[in-house]
Design a protein around this ligand. Structure first.
Ligand SMILES: C[S@@+](CC[C@H](N)C(=O)[O-])C[C@H]1O[C@@H](n2cnc3c(N)ncnc32)[C@H](O)[C@@H]1O
Length: 249
């Protein structure tokens, strides 16, 4: 991801990461987030692992990760584009960490394709991979990116009018991306049956003042054929609740 896009108002202020997220964590992690953080800790304690290398994808500063889990590993890789998150992660856990800023979800390309994740799995053959509440953010980030492109001043070429994608096309693009992501995650496990992978991710979210307007984070396709899935609510703020799915292998 380029520095320009990292420092854009969307990256800094978007609720899926950046300053808004850090502010919410500062305000709510100790009390409001407690039941959710406890649930993450119980689930991770039961994840059977004998690896020495942990690859965390999108952990922000690790606000929802228990310290004792992270400290079990000899080597930690953090895949996270937010530089502030990385610095805060280091100051919270006080362990040496390899920082990967590469965008393995390919969000910044003109035709985002999640196949690049296969590179991440093969780069760390001995690693256990934990997707930290990031997979459900992908539809949000993809739509935000599209909105940013649409709001840019159009570059009109002589004799050509700029095309604006209809809303249905964007929805279809995002759904196709999530379907392909489901295939990529399945392929990775087919190629390496011993691969250790886990994810907690949004299934749905809603504002409590509008209980009938639910946002589907399109993660239902990701592990739909797998057993051992669990769900738990996360009250992100007093007004917003997320329903989070947990899955590991
Ligand atoms: C909702 S936050 C989750 C934060 C953290 N996992 C937690 O539970 O506190 C989503 C995180 O995904 C990160 N993210 C965004 N794009 C990413 C990418 N391409 N690769 C890895 N992480 C990304 C954001 O910077 C943000 O920290």
């Amino acid at each position: 991801m380029k520095l320009k896009s990292l420092l854009s108002p969307r990256a800094l202020l978007g609720p899926a990461g950046g300053l808004v997220y850090h502010w919410r964590a500062l305000r709510y992690q100790k009390k409001l987030w407690r039941p959710f953080r406890d649930q993450v800790a119980i689930w991770l304690r039961d994840w059977a692992l004998d690896c020495q290398l942990l690859v965390l994808i999108g952990p922000s500063a690790g606000y929802t990760l228990p310290r004792e889990f992270v400290l079990r590993f000899q080597r930690i890789v953090v895949v996270e584009p937010d530089p502030a998150a990385f610095l805060l992660f280091q100051s919270r856990f006080l362990v040496p960490v390899d920082w990967q800023r590469e965008d393995f979800f390919d969000l910044s390309s003109s035709k985002p394709n999640p196949d690049k994740l296969l590179e991440l799995f093969s780069r760390y053959p001995a690693g256990a991979f934990l997707f930290c509440n990031v997979l459900g953010q992908l539809p949000v980030l993809l739509r935000e990116k599209r909105a940013a492109i649409e709001s840019e001043p159009r570059k009109m070429k002589k004799g050509k009018s700029a095309s604006i994608k209809p809303r249905q096309d964007i929805t279809a693009e995002v759904e196709a991306y999530m379907q392909r992501l489901a295939e990529v995650l399945r392929l990775a496990r087919q190629h390496r049956p011993d691969l250790k992978m886990a994810s907690y991710h949004d299934r749905f979210s809603r504002e409590l003042s509008r209980p009938n307007e639910v946002i589907d984070h399109l993660t239902g396709v990701l592990f739909e054929k797998e057993s051992h899935r669990k769900e738990f609510p996360w009250r992100l703020t007093p007004q917003i609740e997320h329903q989070v799915e947990f899955w590991c292998c």
